[in-house]
Design a protein around this ligand. Structure first.
Ligand code: PMP
Length: 456
């Protein structure tokens, strides 16, 4: 039993927690059933306050790329806390961990990126980018260029601006979002919307929607386009190969800045260090978080392309920043995390070995009565549950069957997430083929139990 589990019983922890507000939580339900109390984690396993050992196929929230319980990370954080626990990077100041991390990120990221700005989360990083985009166009004497186009069902975070960039209706509702200056187009979701088109045809058609929206708004009013290379929270939507090159062309044609939100995709998730590489995205900004520290400390980084930085730097003070921008402990942890990812060849393994093996094993679910499509790239994947495999018809109401399946996963000590009726996985990159085999067994139990519940 872990130390925290010994201190209190599950019921006691739940009673202390019950009244408080949690992210993305139905509080009436939380009050009724109480929270799951996670007390410890090791490798890819979580342990709860009842002593259950749970396979985390979601790497926390798509973030614990190196797995839990890495002692060297704790050692680095400990040493940094003793040496310089805090200092800021405001007003022409710096410190060794932030300078070293910036050098590393510039070396690792695509060649146009030679400038880094730090935040604490993916959300505030995207907020900062919007601020930089506005500043850029104002300095370029094109102040009308304000609107940012993004995709319905995209996810870019939870601040007011990040949620406006995102295309989640359930986040816009009740909060009067999106804010002015945001427009959305449909996502490149071939399985759901492709109809009789090939993926390649559909990819071009989905990109053309960007051009249509620019023409509708007037290019002189449009500042930028933002997208996740693969949409994560929206359901691991992997665009056809034709999509991003066409988007890139359109951004160039109409003079839009291009923002690649690599918060999930970055640091090896897709079998590439950054997904901009396989999708051929040459962005002006790249948003990084999650895998940057594998979630051990909060940190985000914005990579700013030379052509943008030159303009931003042509003016005086950039009056923006957070007390904890470039926090020394977070930066030290990020450096050690990147060392582990590189030294243990996690990206190469996800590309050459575990990624292809996961894709092959997921194919087995295609024969399952509930499963319409499986898709994956590297170690991020989805199992789409449908009512009718032939027509791709979804269940009504959407989301119910996904929730049933997710609950069966939890009952069997497996963490997968459900978006609508799509089961999502994004495990730590230290997964071996053995972990994939273990996952397949547990996922099959959950799928079979779900099929039984819905009478299939
Ligand atoms: N962008 C993407 C693509 C994300 O998936 C997320 C979080 N899931 C964010 C931004 C927001 O990051 P954070 O939760 O750290 O604010």
């Amino acid at each position: 039993m872990t130390a925290s589990a010994k201190r209190n019983s599950t019921a006691e922890w739940q009673a202390q927690d019950r009244k408080h507000l949690h992210p993305f939580t139905d509080h009436a339900e939380l009050g009724r059933i109480g929270a799951k109390v996670i007390t410890k984690a090791e490798g890819t396993y979580l342990f709860d306050s009842d002593g259950n050992k749970i396979l985390d196929a979601f790497a926390g929230l798509w973030c614990v790329n190196i797995g839990y319980g890495r002692k060297s990370i704790a050692d680095v954080a400990h040493a940094q806390l003793l040496e310089l626990p805090y200092y800021n990077t405001f007003f022409k100041t710096t410190h060794p961990p932030v300078a070293e991390l910036s050098k590393l990120l510039v070396e690792m990221t695509p060649k146009q990126f030679n400038h880094v700005f730090y935040g604490l989360s993916g959300s505030d990083a995207n907020d900062t980018i919007v601020r930089m985009v506005r500043t850029y166009w104002n300095l370029k004497k094109q102040p009308k260029k304000k609107t940012i186009i993004s995709r319905w069902n995209g996810y870019h975070g939870s601040t007011m601006v990040a949620a406006s960039l995102g295309g989640m209706n359930y986040m816009h509702e009740l909060a009067d979002l999106p804010l002015p200056g945001h427009a959305h187009i449909k996502q490149p979701y071939w399985y759901g919307d492709g109809g009789s088109q090939t993926p390649e045809e559909f990819g071009l058609a989905a990109a053309k929607l960007l051009e249509d929206k620019i023409l509708e708004l007037g290019a002189e009013n449009v500042a930028a386009f933002i997208g996740e290379p693969i949409q994560g929270a929206g359901g691991v939507i992997i665009p056809p190969s034709t999509y991003w090159p066409e988007v890139q062309k359109i951004c160039k044609k109409y003079d839009l800045l291009l923002i690649a939100d690599e918060v999930i995709c970055g640091f090896g998730r897709t079998g590439y260090m950054f997904a901009s590489e396989p999708f051929q995205i040459e962005a002006d900004f790249m948003t990084l978080a999650k895998g940057l520290t594998s979630g051990y400390m909060p940190l985000s980084a914005i990579m700013v392309a030379d052509r943008v930085a030159e303009v931003l730097n042509s003016f005086g003070d950039f009056n923006h920043g957070f007390t904890y921008s470039g926090h020394p402990v977070s930066c030290a942890v990020a450096i050690e995390n990147i060392r582990i990812i590189r030294e243990e060849k996690m990206v190469e393994t996800a590309h050459d070995e575990t990624g292809p093996y996961l894709a092959k094993r997921l194919e087995e679910f295609k024969d399952h009565p509930l499963v319409g499509e499986v898709r994956s790239m590297g170690l991020v994947g989805a199992i789409e549950l449908v009512k009718d495999k032939k027509t791709h018809k979804t269940f009504e109401p959407v989301g119910k069957v996904g929730t049933i399946c997710r609950d069966h996963c939890v009952k069997n000590n497996l963490i997968m997430r459900a978006t609508r009726d799509t089961m999502l996985l994004s495990p730590p990159l230290m997964w071996t083929k053995g972990h994939i085999d273990e996952f397949m067994k547990l996922a099959k139990i959950a799928l079979d139990a779900t099929a039984k519940d819905v009478g299939l």
